[in-house]
Design a protein around this ligand. Sequence first.
Ligand SMILES: [Zn+2]
Length: 158
Amino acid sequence: MPSNKTVICRYQHCQHETRELLRDEAVRDGRSYYHKDCFATREAMQKIVEFYVENFDKDPIFAQLKKICNELVFKKGYSPEYVLFTLQYAKKKSYNLHSPIGMYYLAKDYKIREAWEQHKLEAATSKIVDYEFDIQNSYEKVEGYNVSKNEGFGRVIK
Ligand SMILES: [Zn+2]
């Protein structure tokens, strides 16, 4: 039987109207409860911090690092996935980040934004390809994408 007991979302940055939710709908971590999306955001934010520490600075000022992550996501509205992507990009390109402040510049970098758009497009395309082409609409989108990217097609025109 589902219980009607309510719990309080423990996420510091909970964006919900109320932090009270049904226990059955909450994610439990140890003694704490969270909204599902709050828990996912919390995990994603932790990944950003871990990636930064592993790849850029083993001994950062954690308060500063966390503050900047929070500002990027909760004030400036970047998704945690994008913020993590900017760090992965910086790592791949061997950028030096001397302080977490550099993350502001990464987030604004138009080249990284372009790479992110491309990344999302590729992720979406591979997802569609993985499933069967059961929706005509998606099929057409994938077709169009492949044709425009297909070098062989260009050669035929020439
Ligand atoms: Zn919450």
